[in-house]
Design a protein around this ligand. Structure first.
Ligand code: ADP
Ligand code: MG
Length: 694
């Protein structure tokens, strides 16, 4: 049950002043459907219209607000010429300039002889003061329609800033102040305003500094959000650790057999990670460990050894992958090894239906299946294990805390949880996403890997690129060709990929294949299998191949419109090549007109192959104002906090949260109750649900 205090915060925005039936959807798309969302939609700029000089004194280039009388309209002779209106105050004449103007409209706005207040950027043209397209023209008695301090919000087409400001103002008025959920001394130390006062201040900046991340109101709101995030994680951690534990220790027979069968020896980082995992498993408290390792760093074998340890101890193990392709791939790499040592592995995905599915569920429940590989299908309520000891979540960032919980609930006792991610996250940020976990890092790559040569090439040179690829194909190369992500719709994404596919197929014939997210899982697998087998040598794809697909023979990666991808995603994509012993190439095709941040991203890709360094750079660029690939990186979608500027708050919040939970595990004290409201406010109520389930 959502606390009473938040009722208005979660009310639907329809009916808020400024929001009409027609514009509601636009508001929803821009910020979200509730008051809270509109309030969390924060200004990014400020126009200060308080400068009210005489025309003659006005500093050119500044935003001015002037009281003027209209002298004359100068209607242009030709449509291509601007329409001019001459106005004046006591000090000087001023020309207002309008392009493509409608005369009747301007006559009505600026009747000759009348007084108007206008606001806009004043410039000097041929030494005469002028304002081109004033932002505001209002009657003297309607001055309140002209905001002297105008916050600038991120907008969407079809909405007017005025309507948004109106809605924000109305929402602020409607919502109540909330009880204080922070430690009093912290508030005092930072001189933070209360929650609602901070909200009001954040929407009513009075000078440019108020928009900076370091502004007390903004910092407070950021800390609210971060605290909600860390508190939820602390609750998960606390509850997981509280459960009746088990000590999982294997006798080593399977692990020894697997190690002997491997054609390579493990890297130092792999060995260290295994040691950390096995020691967590042997400990009676439940394991909550995250393994971060770049693409190709060899996480699968580490997971397998952990799972075999669980099996050796008499329990079952499961590994969850975010996609069918990945699950199948895990099965393909794990099953032969397990078959050889008499460990039974099965797969369970959305594709298992009817009798086949029932049979797997029965065997799972009877304990006849040792190891289960699967997708989300594994966390369906009717899937029961006999004795699940270890759950592995691959590509953790694709799963939420929610699913993590669902998986561990599969067992009555505590389940050891091992999460793996190929998205390196800067150390400071590991906290935001995984504050509840212990972290191991695999930074060392398996020996013998060749670096990937990365080049950035203009799309104008497409013809040459295609020629070059043709040459490589003739030499027997295996090539990925990734098509751009088009923001507007999945449909156009697909259209782009299909066009490219048609074009390349016409050129290179049946060796060209296509795989995309709209295909049925079976079709997708079939194409992937053909690529793996070499029946297809040029695979055109949308980003479905992003994660985990393993075809060591592939040595060329072409990414079209690379500027449209985030750094983390580019790195993931590039990681599909360079997995074998042959030297690989990555061609980043860029359009001519791209911004500074996009071009910095491509430069970083060209210069570095180190996932952790790329992650740090990604963060720095995001800090520069562009939010990229949050979805891919596994970081929570933060609305008020900025991962870069507020980085140091995360550690404070984590300590704060853990302390609160240690002292008041049920959140039943006064502060605890206020913190529950905080959890709901930021929709971290999975944490609250944990409180209820005890
Ligand atoms: P990821 O960490 O991206 O999941 P994988 O586990 O898929 O990486 O491993 C990538 C490839 O590297 C696999 O083909 C695997 O067999 C191989 N590999 C793993 N560890 C080593 C190692 N220590 N030496 C050589 N090859 C390894
Ligand atoms: Mg993997």
């Amino acid at each position: 049950m959502r606390p009473q205090e938040l009722f208005t915060y979660f009310a639907d925005i329809e009916g808020l002043p400024g929001i009409g039936k027609r514009t509601r959807d636009l508001f929803e798309r821009l910020a979200g459907p509730r008051y809270r969302d509109i309030l969390f939609h924060q200004p990014i700029g400020l126009i200060d219209r308080r400068y009210r000089p005489q025309i003659a004194d006005a500093v050119p280039g500044s935003i001015v607000t002037l009281e003027v009388s209209v002298v004359a309209h100068q209607i242009p002779h030709s449509k291509r010429m601007p329409y001019k209106v001459v106005v004046q105050d006591d000090s000087s004449l001023l020309t207002l300039v309008f392009f493509h103007a409608r005369s009747d409209y301007l006559q009505k706005q600026l009747p000759e002889g009348e007084v108007r207040i206008i606001s806009g950027k004043l410039e000097r043209f041929q030494d005469q003061p002028q304002i081109t397209h004033p932002d505001y023209i209002v009657k003297p008695d309607a001055l309140d329609e002209l905001p002297l301090l105008e916050p600038i919000y991120p907008m969407t087409t079809g909405l007017s800033p005025k309507a948004l400001r109106k809605a924000v103002a109305a929402a602020i008025k409607a919502v109540p102040e909330l009880p204080n959920w922070h430690d009093e001394s912290l508030i005092e130390k930072h001189q933070w305003p209360s929650f609602k006062v901070a909200l009001i201040a954040s929407h009513n900046p009075e000078q440019a500094e108020a928009l900076e991340a370091s502004d007390p109101a903004r910092t407070r709101l950021a800390y609210d959000e971060i605290m909600a995030n860390q508190l939820a994680l602390a609750l998960v951690r606390d509850r997981a650790r509280r459960k009746q534990g088990r000590e999982t220790v294997g006798d080593g027979r399977h692990i020894t057999a697997i190690r002997d069968a491997l054609p390579y020896s493990l890297t130092g980082d792999q060995e260290n990670t295994i040691t950390e995992i096995l020691s967590d498993m042997a400990n009676p408290a439940a394991m909550l460990r995250l393994v971060q390792g770049d693409v190709g760093s060899g996480k699968t074998i580490v997971a397998l050894i952990a799972m075999l340890t669980a099996v050796e101890s008499g329990a079952q193990a499961a590994i969850l992958a975010p996609t069918e392709i990945l699950a199948r791939q895990h099965l393909a790499s794990i099953k032969p090894l397990c078959d050889a040592i008499g460990v039974r592995v099965e797969i369970l995905t959305g594709r298992n239906k009817g009798k086949a599915r029932d049979a797997i569920l029965a065997d799972l429940k009877a304990g006849e299946i040792d190891m289960l590989v699967g997708t989300h299908a594994v966390i369906q309520p009717d899937v029961d294990f006999k004795d699940l000891g270890l759950a592995v979540i691959d590509e953790q960032h694709r799963f939420g805390v929610q699913q993590r919980l669902a998986l561990t609930k599969k067992a009555g006792h505590s389940v050891d949880l091992l999460a793996m991610t190929a998205t390196p996250i800067p150390r400071t940020l590991t906290l935001t996403a995984y504050g509840d976990m212990d972290v191991s890092r695999i930074q060392e790559k398996p020996p013998g890997r060749q670096p990937i040569d990365t080049a950035v090439i203009s799309l104008d040179r497409m013809a040459q690129v295609v020629e070059r690829i043709g040459g490589k194909l003739a030499e027997g190369a295996r090539v990925y060709w990734v098509c751009p992500l088009v923001e507007e719709s999945e449909q156009s994404d697909l259209a782009a990929a299909e066009d490219r596919f048609a074009h390349l197929k016409q050129k290179f014939g049946p060796q060209v294949g296509l795989v995309h997210g709209r295909m049925k899982a079976l079709e997708k697998d079939a194409v992937m299998a053909q690529f793996k087998a070499g029946e297809i040598s040029l695979l055109v794809a949308t980003t479905v191949i992003e994660v985990g697909v393993d075809v060591p023979e592939a040595t060329i990666m072409v990414i079209e419109h690379a500027e449209r991808f985030g750094l983390a995603q580019l790195h993931q994509l590039r990681g599909r090549v360079g997995r074998g012993t042959a030297r690989s190439n990555c061609l980043l095709l860029r359009s001519e007109t791209i911004g500074q941040v996009a071009s910095d991203r491509l430069r970083i890709m060209r210069e570095s192959d180190d996932g952790f360094l790329i992650a740090e750079e990604d963060l720095r660029l995001r800090g520069a104002g562009e939010v990229l690939g949050t979805r891919q990186s596994g970081l929570p979608d933060l609305k008020l906090a900025n991962l870069y500027d507020h980085a140091e708050l995360f550690a404070t919040a984590r300590d704060d949260a853990r302390l609160v939970i240690a002292r008041d595990p049920q959140l039943s004290s006064e502060r605890g109750k206020a913190l529950r409201i905080l959890l709901y406010l930021f929709e971290r109520d999975e944490g609250v649900r944990l409180l209820q389930s005890g």
